[in-house]
Write a protein that binds this ligand. Structure first.
Ligand SMILES: [Fe+2]
Length: 386
């Protein structure tokens, strides 16, 4: 909770002094545009009602005060007598005083892991805990999965019946299933010959992210092991955010190349020709990691000129070297009835070679829906809608 100890107005706006001694300044126009009252902001949808473009850019407030022991600065607008009351937490987040931004998932931080800070595989979440939670109105099993997904990038579930109807029921708990060129719930087995993709084989699959050829790569990827009678085939997970942060710290120039150069991906078969591009490391406006994309199988041709291409290959190789470093791997031996769900914007996944018969089914969810679920579980700093 942030508190304001002093408030002062000038021609340009409002100056606030915070409890920790720092100061912030907000312009009158911004303050009027961000009035939190029902005349300006729909209390149910949080959609803006104020007509931003009808506001006079020379407007200024009056009667500035701090209410609720520093938690609620207030301003009156002379043109209509409206009194705007703001949450100090909201203004602190906007000013960068508080850790994390408004609307972000600051309440459930990520724990990045690699060979340098290894993660011990937790006991799987029992599927019964997900089912029983739904029946009683509680969501403990599901909540545990989302907590692991956000913190570690993945969750493992056990005790799932090995049929497609149950798989669909499980997958639906995490959000609506995304339709793709592979369908909604799809199968993975070396017996499937419908798709000309490396996933449908028995060979070792190098860690990668899925759908570098999609403008909006799936956020969550789910697998349920339906059948396995053979050897090998462990799922490989790599924390791409840990790899990216290692590069940012140790090879900042190569990190910069990977965050700037758009890398195209493509998927081509007899019916589809998809292509999209984005940097291997995608950052938000504040330089924080948003997404990693790496799939050398699906990389499409591009040419940047000799010097830039040389820099790209060097950076891409360093990224790859860290990805295939086994110390950075977590291997998960999935057996029938076990499900693996992971964040495809953060983790890379692969598979060891196997022999015998192995059948999985799986699906995708959008990343924005995953984020929405996390906010609804109360892990964001954002406002709660009435
Ligand atoms: Fe994949």
């Amino acid at each position: 909770m942030q508190a304001i100890t002093a408030i002062a107005s000038d021609d340009e706006g409002l100056a606030l002094r915070w409890q920790n001694g720092t100061e912030s300044h907000f312009s009158w126009l911004w303050l009027r545009d961000h009035d939190q009252g029902p005349e300006s902001l729909d209390p149910s949808t949080l959609q803006r009602r104020v007509d931003t473009f009808a506001l006079d850019e020379t407007l200024r407030g009056s009667d500035c005060a701090i209410l609720e022991e520093g938690r609620a600065p207030a301003v009156t607008w002379p043109e209509n007598g409206l009194c705007s009351r703001y949450s100090a937490d909201f203004l602190a987040a906007m000013a960068g005083i508080a850790a994390g931004d408004w609307d972000t998932l600051a309440g459930m931080p990520q724990r990045i892991w690699s060979g340098r800070s290894p993660l011990k595989l937790q006991d799987p979440v029992p599927y019964d805990d997900i089912l029983s939670g739904a029946a009683s109105g509680g969501q403990e099993g599901l909540r545990a999965c989302f907590e692991r997904l956000q913190r570690d990038g993945f969750a493992v579930i056990e005790g799932v019946q090995t049929d497609e109807a149950t798989a669909r029921e499980l997958f639906n708990r995490f959000g609506y299933i995304r339709e793709t060129i592979f369908g909604g719930v799809w199968g993975v087995s070396a017996d499937i010959t419908d798709y000309e993709d490396s996933a449908y084989s028995t060979e070792y699959l190098e860690p990668h992210t899925d759908a570098t050829y999609s403008h909006d790569a799936p956020g969550l990827q789910c697998f349920l092991c339906l059948e396995f009678d053979g050897k090998g085939g462990e799922s490989i997970l790599v924390d791409g955010f840990a790899i990216a942060e290692q590069m940012r710290a140790e090879e900042p120039e190569l990190f910069r190349v990977l965050s700037e150069v758009p890398v195209p991906g493509r998927y081509i078969d007899t019916r589809q020709h998809l292509r999209a591009e984005r940097p291997a490391i995608r950052l938000d406006g504040q330089g924080r990691l948003l997404q990693v994309s790496f799939n050398n199988y699906d990389r499409a041709p591009f040419w940047l000129g000799a010097d830039r291409m040389k820099a790209f290959y060097r950076a891409y190789k360093s990224f790859h070297d860290r990805i295939v470093e086994r110390d950075n791997w977590l291997t998960v031996p999935l057996r029938p009835g076990m499900a693996l769900i992971f964040d495809n914007w953060r983790l890379l996944h692969g598979r060891m070679a196997y022999s015998g018969k192995r059948t999985f089914c799986g699906c995708y969810h959008n990343h924005e829906d995953f984020e929405s679920a996390l906010r609804n579980l109360g892990w964001s700093k954002g406002p709660v809608k009435s």
